[in-house]
Design a protein around this ligand. Structure first.
Ligand SMILES: [Zn+2]
Length: 57
């Protein structure tokens, strides 16, 4: 069984975890109105998802 040869230092542990928080919020700009929106969600500003689906009015 693989066992770590040496203890992971605080600096190396924190460097690894610092990258997790950067990657987590998936915010993209809407292709239609260019407002920032959550990826894979309907745009709250124009109500569009995948070019032409109107999902609120
Ligand atoms: Zn939009």
């Amino acid at each position: 069984m693989g066992v770590p040869k040496r203890r992971t230092s605080k600096a190396r542990k924190n460097q690894r975890r610092a990258m997790i928080k950067i990657a987590s919020p998936a915010i993209v700009s809407c292709p239609r109105c260019h407002e920032p929106k959550m990826a894979h969600r309907v745009c709250q500003a124009c109500g569009y998802y995948r070019e032409q689906e109107v999902l609120e009015k």
